[in-house]
Design a binder for this molecule. Structure first.
Ligand code: SIN
Length: 357
């Protein structure tokens, strides 16, 4: 084992990059002992349990989107990161399969936009799921080139579609945001004190075992007083949360299937990244066993055995992350065109795509 992350850098010039490379490195493998695991529920000086308002969301409303009652959530703040909230898997047993199926079967469908649209015709990306299910076989697990469209999926955008080149959203590239994901996001945001949050844009990132996501700040949204929500499914990952400068050394934490993160207040505009996907055999095995378990509420339709078999094959080697954002301030619209040029002059650090080693 190589030495610990803390001793790799002194806080200084691009400390974030050094720690990112430390955790991304394959040989020798890094020492993970500095990585915070909120699921272990250990309270330290740095990890502060937080009580969310149990009355903010009724138990029925929570169950309707597949969440435990708020009073049962285990939520934490992180010392030095005001506005950052980590909720360890608040999903009811039996509800993750629905959300995973949505991420793989429903959200990549038109009119949503995905990476494959950049170099394939609409007809070819019309039904990624149907075109992939037969060939997404057990043999696909491993490090060969992805063959199916589902395995080649890297990102999907929802609602106001993020433009990766101009790093902006615009009024004229919008399709309806999925109502059930809107509802889920509202319940999470409300429990965290943001009752008026409106889910307007979503970015789904699909990670293979060797994928990473570069260092960036999510600042393209026009109202930074609104939180950014993040949902993780499938394999685990190491998430790095830094400061407002690249010289600030980041804190490393695991994100497991079902975990939810809220970046708000002073933590809304912090540098962050995902240097590594880490195997989560036990956690994923648990999720795999969930189909047909106690289901949550009305909007969560039962996932068929055939669909779930495909989802399980996928999450055995991959991770899905969904970030949900409010783009516009309450009651606001997009600024006039001349201001758009200014908005396009974004820092190069804004929302990168996942990349493979
Ligand atoms: C993640 O995959 O956990 C982070 C996604 C993002 O920062 O956009």
């Amino acid at each position: 084992m190589a030495k610990m992350a803390a001793s790799v850098v002194e806080t200084g010039e691009d400390a974030f990059k050094k720690i990112f490379k430390f955790y991304k490195r394959r040989y020798p493998p890094p020492d993970f002992s500095d990585v915070i695991d909120f699921s272990k529920c250990v309270t330290t000086d740095k990890i502060v349990p937080v009580k969310l308002n149990p009355a903010a969301v009724s138990d029925d409303d929570a169950a309707n989107v597949g969440l435990h009652p708020v009073k049962g959530w285990r939520a934490f703040n992180l010392q030095g990161y005001p506005g950052f909230i980590f909720i360890t898997n608040p999903f009811l047993r039996g509800s993750q399969p629905f959300w995973i199926r949505q991420c793989l079967k429903s959200y990549p469908q038109k009119p949503n936009v995905c990476n494959l649209d950049m170099h394939m015709s609409p007809a070819d990306t019309q039904d990624i799921w149907a075109k992939s299910v037969t060939n997404l076989s057990c043999a696909s697990v491993g490090k060969r080139e992805p063959r199916t469209l589902l395995e080649r999926l890297r990102w999907v955008t929802l609602g106001y579609h993020y433009n990766w080149d101009s790093k902006t959203y615009s009024a004229n590239h919008y399709t309806p945001f999925p109502p059930e994901l809107h509802l889920l996001s509202s319940q999470i945001a409300t429990a965290c004190g943001f009752a008026d949050f409106t889910a307007e844009a979503g970015i789904l990132n699909y990670y293979r075992s060797d994928s990473s996501l570069g260092i960036h700040v999510d600042e393209s949204e026009l109202d930074h007083s609104r939180p950014l929500l993040s949902f993780s499914f499938g394999q685990s990952a190491i998430f790095l949360l830094g400061g407002t400068h690249r010289r600030d050394a980041p804190t490393a934490m695991y994100m497991h299937s079902g975990d939810v993160m809220v970046m708000s207040g002073p933590s809304r505009l912090l540098y962050h990244a995902v240097p590594r996907v880490v195997p989560a055999r036990q956690e994923v095995a648990l999720v795999e066993s969930e189909r047909g378990g106690a289901q949550g509420g009305a909007i969560l339709e039962q996932v068929s055995a055939e669909d779930w078999a495909v989802c399980c094959r996928y999450i055995r080697s991959s991770r899905i992350n969904v970030t949900v954002r409010q783009v516009l301030g309450q009651g606001r619209s997009f600024p006039p065109a001349e201001d758009e040029t200014k908005r396009k002059r974004r820092r190069s650090s804004d929302s990168p795509k996942t990349e493979e080693t």
